[in-house]
Design a protein around this ligand. Structure first.
Ligand SMILES: [Zn+2]
Length: 235
Protein backbone atom coordinates (compact mmCIF):
# COMPACT_ATOMS: atom_id res chain seq x y z
CA UNK A 1 0.00 0.00 0.00
CA UNK A 2 2.92 2.27 -0.69
CA UNK A 3 1.30 4.17 -3.54
CA UNK A 4 -1.70 5.77 -1.69
CA UNK A 5 0.51 6.78 1.26
CA UNK A 6 2.80 8.71 -1.09
CA UNK A 7 -0.29 10.29 -2.66
CA UNK A 8 -1.53 11.41 0.78
CA UNK A 9 1.93 12.72 1.61
CA UNK A 10 1.96 14.78 -1.59
CA UNK A 11 -1.55 16.08 -0.92
CA UNK A 12 -0.52 17.10 2.60
CA UNK A 13 2.56 18.84 1.26
CA UNK A 14 0.47 20.73 -1.29
CA UNK A 15 -2.08 21.67 1.40
CA UNK A 16 0.74 22.84 3.64
CA UNK A 17 2.21 25.01 0.87
CA UNK A 18 -1.23 26.46 0.11
CA UNK A 19 -1.77 27.06 3.82
CA UNK A 20 1.52 28.90 4.30
CA UNK A 21 0.96 30.94 1.14
CA UNK A 22 -2.52 32.01 2.19
CA UNK A 23 -1.22 32.99 5.62
CA UNK A 24 1.42 35.13 3.96
CA UNK A 25 -1.17 36.75 1.71
CA UNK A 26 -3.49 37.32 4.67
CA UNK A 27 -0.73 38.84 6.79
CA UNK A 28 0.09 41.28 3.99
CA UNK A 29 -3.58 42.26 3.79
CA UNK A 30 -3.80 42.55 7.55
CA UNK A 31 -0.74 44.80 7.74
CA UNK A 32 -2.11 46.83 4.84
CA UNK A 33 -5.41 47.28 6.67
CA UNK A 34 -3.80 48.39 9.92
CA UNK A 35 -1.56 50.81 8.02
CA UNK A 36 -4.62 52.40 6.40
CA UNK A 37 -6.58 52.46 9.67
CA UNK A 38 -3.80 54.12 11.64
CA UNK A 39 -3.33 56.69 8.87
CA UNK A 40 -7.02 57.61 9.11
CA UNK A 41 -6.82 57.74 12.89
CA UNK A 42 -4.09 60.38 12.55
CA UNK A 43 -6.14 62.47 10.16
CA UNK A 44 -6.44 66.18 10.74
CA UNK A 45 -9.96 67.35 11.45
CA UNK A 46 -11.21 70.57 9.89
CA UNK A 47 -14.52 72.05 11.01
CA UNK A 48 -16.00 74.27 8.34
CA UNK A 49 -18.73 76.62 9.48
CA UNK A 50 -21.05 77.88 6.76
CA UNK A 51 -22.01 81.14 8.48
CA UNK A 52 -25.64 81.97 9.37
CA UNK A 53 -28.56 79.71 8.32
CA UNK A 54 -32.17 79.17 9.29
CA UNK A 55 -33.73 82.34 10.73
CA UNK A 56 -30.51 84.27 9.98
CA UNK A 57 -29.86 84.91 6.25
CA UNK A 58 -26.66 86.92 6.82
CA UNK A 59 -26.10 89.57 4.17
CA UNK A 60 -28.80 89.90 1.53
CA UNK A 61 -28.00 91.29 -1.94
CA UNK A 62 -30.15 93.82 -3.78
CA UNK A 63 -31.31 90.90 -5.94
CA UNK A 64 -32.42 88.92 -2.87
CA UNK A 65 -29.46 86.54 -2.76
CA UNK A 66 -28.78 85.21 0.75
CA UNK A 67 -25.30 84.98 2.18
CA UNK A 68 -26.24 81.81 4.11
CA UNK A 69 -26.82 79.93 0.82
CA UNK A 70 -23.47 80.90 -0.71
CA UNK A 71 -21.62 80.03 2.52
CA UNK A 72 -23.09 76.52 2.46
CA UNK A 73 -22.41 75.95 -1.25
CA UNK A 74 -18.74 76.88 -0.78
CA UNK A 75 -18.37 74.73 2.37
CA UNK A 76 -19.78 71.72 0.52
CA UNK A 77 -17.40 72.27 -2.38
CA UNK A 78 -14.38 72.45 -0.05
CA UNK A 79 -15.48 69.23 1.67
CA UNK A 80 -15.82 67.49 -1.72
CA UNK A 81 -12.36 68.66 -2.78
CA UNK A 82 -10.68 66.98 0.18
CA UNK A 83 -12.52 63.69 -0.42
CA UNK A 84 -10.72 60.75 1.21
CA UNK A 85 -7.44 62.36 2.23
CA UNK A 86 -5.35 63.08 5.31
CA UNK A 87 -7.88 65.76 6.21
CA UNK A 88 -11.36 64.99 7.49
CA UNK A 89 -13.74 67.84 6.77
CA UNK A 90 -16.84 68.33 8.91
CA UNK A 91 -19.54 71.00 8.55
CA UNK A 92 -21.40 72.74 11.36
CA UNK A 93 -24.48 72.57 9.14
CA UNK A 94 -25.29 70.60 5.97
CA UNK A 95 -28.54 72.45 5.31
CA UNK A 96 -30.36 75.72 5.87
CA UNK A 97 -30.74 75.71 9.66
CA UNK A 98 -29.76 77.46 12.88
CA UNK A 99 -29.18 76.20 16.42
CA UNK A 100 -31.49 78.51 18.36
CA UNK A 101 -34.21 76.74 20.35
CA UNK A 102 -37.77 77.97 19.83
CA UNK A 103 -38.86 80.79 22.08
CA UNK A 104 -35.43 82.37 22.63
CA UNK A 105 -35.79 86.13 22.27
CA UNK A 106 -33.30 88.92 21.60
CA UNK A 107 -31.16 89.27 18.50
CA UNK A 108 -27.83 89.17 20.33
CA UNK A 109 -28.83 86.24 22.56
CA UNK A 110 -30.04 84.21 19.59
CA UNK A 111 -26.83 84.89 17.68
CA UNK A 112 -24.69 83.95 20.67
CA UNK A 113 -26.53 80.66 21.27
CA UNK A 114 -26.15 79.77 17.59
CA UNK A 115 -22.42 80.53 17.54
CA UNK A 116 -21.77 78.75 20.86
CA UNK A 117 -23.33 75.62 19.42
CA UNK A 118 -21.06 75.76 16.36
CA UNK A 119 -17.96 76.30 18.52
CA UNK A 120 -19.07 73.37 20.70
CA UNK A 121 -19.40 71.17 17.60
CA UNK A 122 -15.78 71.94 16.68
CA UNK A 123 -14.64 71.24 20.25
CA UNK A 124 -16.56 67.94 20.43
CA UNK A 125 -15.09 66.84 17.08
CA UNK A 126 -11.59 67.69 18.40
CA UNK A 127 -11.13 69.81 15.30
CA UNK A 128 -7.60 71.02 14.64
CA UNK A 129 -8.93 74.19 13.08
CA UNK A 130 -12.24 76.00 12.63
CA UNK A 131 -12.91 77.93 9.42
CA UNK A 132 -16.03 80.09 9.37
CA UNK A 133 -17.21 81.05 5.87
CA UNK A 134 -19.00 84.31 5.14
CA UNK A 135 -19.85 86.83 2.45
CA UNK A 136 -19.43 90.51 3.23
CA UNK A 137 -21.61 93.53 2.48
CA UNK A 138 -21.30 97.29 2.86
CA UNK A 139 -23.83 100.08 2.54
CA UNK A 140 -21.82 101.93 -0.10
CA UNK A 141 -21.32 98.87 -2.31
CA UNK A 142 -17.85 100.05 -3.25
CA UNK A 143 -15.79 97.24 -1.65
CA UNK A 144 -15.06 93.92 -3.29
CA UNK A 145 -12.82 90.90 -2.85
CA UNK A 146 -11.95 88.36 -0.16
CA UNK A 147 -10.72 88.99 3.39
CA UNK A 148 -9.48 86.60 6.07
CA UNK A 149 -9.43 87.30 9.82
CA UNK A 150 -7.71 85.69 12.84
CA UNK A 151 -7.37 86.29 16.58
CA UNK A 152 -4.52 88.70 17.25
CA UNK A 153 -3.10 86.46 20.01
CA UNK A 154 -3.15 83.24 17.96
CA UNK A 155 0.03 82.58 15.98
CA UNK A 156 -1.45 79.44 14.37
CA UNK A 157 -4.64 81.31 13.55
CA UNK A 158 -2.58 84.03 11.91
CA UNK A 159 -0.59 81.48 9.90
CA UNK A 160 -3.78 79.73 8.77
CA UNK A 161 -5.40 83.04 7.77
CA UNK A 162 -2.31 84.12 5.85
CA UNK A 163 -2.05 80.82 3.97
CA UNK A 164 -5.73 80.99 2.95
CA UNK A 165 -5.58 84.66 1.98
CA UNK A 166 -2.38 84.04 -0.04
CA UNK A 167 -4.31 81.55 -2.19
CA UNK A 168 -7.43 83.72 -2.46
CA UNK A 169 -5.53 86.70 -3.87
CA UNK A 170 -4.20 84.48 -6.69
CA UNK A 171 -7.72 84.43 -8.16
CA UNK A 172 -7.98 86.62 -11.25
CA UNK A 173 -9.57 89.98 -10.52
CA UNK A 174 -9.10 89.63 -6.74
CA UNK A 175 -7.75 92.50 -4.61
CA UNK A 176 -4.38 92.16 -2.87
CA UNK A 177 -5.54 92.32 0.76
CA UNK A 178 -3.52 90.62 3.51
CA UNK A 179 -4.95 88.61 6.43
CA UNK A 180 -5.94 90.78 9.39
CA UNK A 181 -6.72 90.36 13.08
CA UNK A 182 -10.47 90.56 13.64
CA UNK A 183 -12.70 91.04 16.65
CA UNK A 184 -15.33 88.35 16.02
CA UNK A 185 -17.21 86.23 18.56
CA UNK A 186 -16.33 82.86 16.99
CA UNK A 187 -12.62 83.76 16.78
CA UNK A 188 -12.51 84.95 20.40
CA UNK A 189 -14.47 82.09 21.94
CA UNK A 190 -13.10 78.95 20.29
CA UNK A 191 -10.22 76.95 21.74
CA UNK A 192 -8.54 76.04 18.45
CA UNK A 193 -7.00 78.13 15.64
CA UNK A 194 -10.02 79.82 14.09
CA UNK A 195 -10.37 82.08 11.07
CA UNK A 196 -13.18 83.89 9.33
CA UNK A 197 -13.08 83.96 5.54
CA UNK A 198 -15.22 86.62 3.88
CA UNK A 199 -15.13 85.37 0.29
CA UNK A 200 -16.40 88.59 -1.30
CA UNK A 201 -19.00 91.35 -1.17
CA UNK A 202 -22.65 90.75 -1.93
CA UNK A 203 -23.05 94.53 -1.96
CA UNK A 204 -20.81 94.82 -5.03
CA UNK A 205 -22.91 94.67 -8.19
CA UNK A 206 -20.14 92.95 -10.12
CA UNK A 207 -19.11 90.51 -7.42
CA UNK A 208 -22.61 89.39 -6.39
CA UNK A 209 -23.12 87.93 -9.86
CA UNK A 210 -19.85 85.99 -9.72
CA UNK A 211 -20.50 84.78 -6.16
CA UNK A 212 -23.56 82.88 -7.33
CA UNK A 213 -21.77 81.12 -10.15
CA UNK A 214 -20.41 77.61 -9.77
CA UNK A 215 -17.09 78.29 -11.56
CA UNK A 216 -16.34 81.22 -9.26
CA UNK A 217 -17.42 79.34 -6.12
CA UNK A 218 -15.09 76.54 -7.23
CA UNK A 219 -12.16 78.93 -7.54
CA UNK A 220 -12.82 80.28 -4.05
CA UNK A 221 -13.26 76.78 -2.61
CA UNK A 222 -10.05 75.52 -4.22
CA UNK A 223 -8.10 78.49 -2.84
CA UNK A 224 -9.43 77.92 0.70
CA UNK A 225 -8.78 74.16 0.44
CA UNK A 226 -5.22 74.84 -0.77
CA UNK A 227 -4.61 77.22 2.13
CA UNK A 228 -5.86 74.59 4.61
CA UNK A 229 -3.70 71.85 3.02
CA UNK A 230 -0.66 74.16 3.18
CA UNK A 231 -1.36 74.81 6.86
CA UNK A 232 -1.06 71.08 7.56
CA UNK A 233 1.88 70.87 5.13
CA UNK A 234 0.03 68.38 2.96
CA UNK A 235 0.25 68.30 -0.85
ZN1 LIG B 1 -21.69 86.50 7.58
Amino acid sequence: MLGPKIMIGKKLAILLVIGVMSMLVLSVFWQGTTAVTSRFDDRYVVMLDPGHGGYDPGAVSSKGIYEKAINLQIAQKIKEMFGPSGIEVLLTREEDLDYVPNGVKGKATRKQIDLNHRIEMATQAKADILVSLHVNATVTGRNSGAETFYHYKSQSGKRLAELIQQELIKITGMNRRIAKPGDFYIIKNSNMPTVIVEVGYLSSQKEQKKLQQTWYQEQLSRAIAKGIANYFELP
